[in-house]
Design a protein around this ligand. Structure first.
Ligand SMILES: Cc1ncc(COP(=O)(O)O)c(C=O)c1O
Length: 381
């Protein structure tokens, strides 16, 4: 029998007094006693601050959730990395997502961030007809398809900065293959009336596919009331996109998913180009139902929103109502504000195209949001 005694245990006395140890060593049952050193943690092979914001930076420009990931993620990723020799199986994650939403696993299409599947949809449907989109939304993936030849029809927002559902419906003709809605919308943060959106989806999905990007759904006051998942469950020609990048705080892990009827889900999967990695899949499985973490994230976002709202009002400004982790603030000059904030190492979004009087700030760590509020106060003093 061979006993290995950790040096740290000896030094901290966890094995009792040295006399007791000597006695233990003298017994017949412990013929060999070997002291091993606790191996020092190997130095990190990564350069310092390779990921995440550089020291001193308040990163409030990218709608991330700095409280993530859930503490359940790290051990899961480590375990999956240990099995990194093998291609990852995604079936369990698909089943988890399907169970939560009352659909079949075959109705879930995974991708490397929802951005990849959104690009896949824009490419697939863009090859078949015109894409109808709002004039202002998170359009990166539609721009991607447009650059590759897709035709895109943009419908202006209403005066109240809402997606114009009537206008979108009127823009659908025989040439249209897809209508893209973002709810809540980015960068406005505004939510559509759920009844109006559902009616819109029911009618329009008879003529073409409707995709609703619900990246921020879990951050809204009533996630179940604000989703169009009922229509996916009913097998309609409606796709819902979700992501682990926002409330889950895993933007850097790159996991997203789409839920759709089987035909659309398999069409999306056939256009998705990447294969999910084991650490990504493990992270998603570990985090998906961590309700405690999700509630904590949501409350931090709400706390930050209240702080920003108050600071905006105190500065004599206004903002659009938001149930997301960002706020769209009306300012005299969004670029000037962005530059002044950057000088204080507070990073916020610059203007969107010609919308030079609107500035988007993301919620972040409370201390960083505090810095934004102070800088806003000083700038408008
Ligand atoms: C509305 C919306 N959809 C999708 C995305 C893409 O997120 P990801 O690819 O990280 O899932 C973003 C990113 O900010 C977004 O704002």
């Amino acid at each position: 029998m061979r006993h290995q005694i950790n040096r740290r245990l000896l030094l901290t006395g966890a094995l009792g007094s040295s006399a007791a140890l000597a006695a233990a060593c003298a017994t017949q049952s412990t013929p060999e006693l070997r002291v091993v050193e606790t191996p020092a943690a190997p130095p990190s092979p990564l350069p310092p601050n390779m990921f995440g914001p550089k020291p001193g930076i308040a990163l409030l420009s990218r709608n991330e959730n700095p409280y993530g990931p859930s503490p359940r993620v790290m051990p899961a990723v480590a375990e999956a990395t240990g099995q990194g020799a093998y291609y990852a199986d995604t079936a369990y994650l698909q089943a988890m997502i399907a169970e939560k939403h009352g659909i079949a696993p075959s109705q879930v299409a995974l991708s490397t961030g929802s951005g990849e599947a959104l690009a896949a949809v824009a490419m697939a449907w863009g090859a078949e007809g015109t894409l109808v989109v709002p004039s202002l939304f998170w359009e990166t993936t539609v721009l991607y398809a447009e650059q590759k030849g897709a035709t895109v029809r943009r419908v202006p927002l209403t005066e109240a900065w809402d997606i114009d559902l009537e206008g979108m419906e009127a823009a659908v003709d025989d040439s249209v293959s897809l209508v893209h809605i973002c709810n809540p919308n980015n960068p406005t943060g505004k939510l559509l009336d759920p009844v109006a959106l559902k009616g819109f989806c029911e009618r329009v999905s008879k003529k073409c596919t409707v995709i609703v990007d619900e990246a921020y759904n879990e951050l809204t006051d009533d996630p179940d009331g604000n989703t169009v998942m009922d229509l996916v469950r009913a097998g309609e020609n409606v796709i819902v996109a979700r992501t682990f990048s926002k409330i889950y705080g895993m933007a850097g892990m790159r996991i997203g998913y789409m839920m759709a009827n089987e035909e659309n889900a398999s069409k999306i999967s056939s256009y998705v180009m990447s294969w999910m990695g084991a650490p990504q899949v493990a992270a998603a499985v570990a985090a998906y139902n961590d309700e405690g973490f999700l509630a904590m994230s949501k409350s931090k976002v709400a706390e930050a929103r209240a702080m920003v709202s108050e600071a905006v009002k105190a500065a004599g400004l206004t903002h659009l109502p938001s149930e997301t982790n960002f706020i769209y603030v009306k300012v005299p000059d969004a670029e000037a504000l962005r530059a002044a904030m950057a000088e204080q190492q507070v990073m916020i979004r610059g203007p969107y195209g010609e919308l030079t009087e609107w500035s988007r700030v993301s919620m972040g760590k409370i201390a960083d949001v505090e810095r934004y509020c102070m800088a806003l106060k000083a700038y408008f003093a």
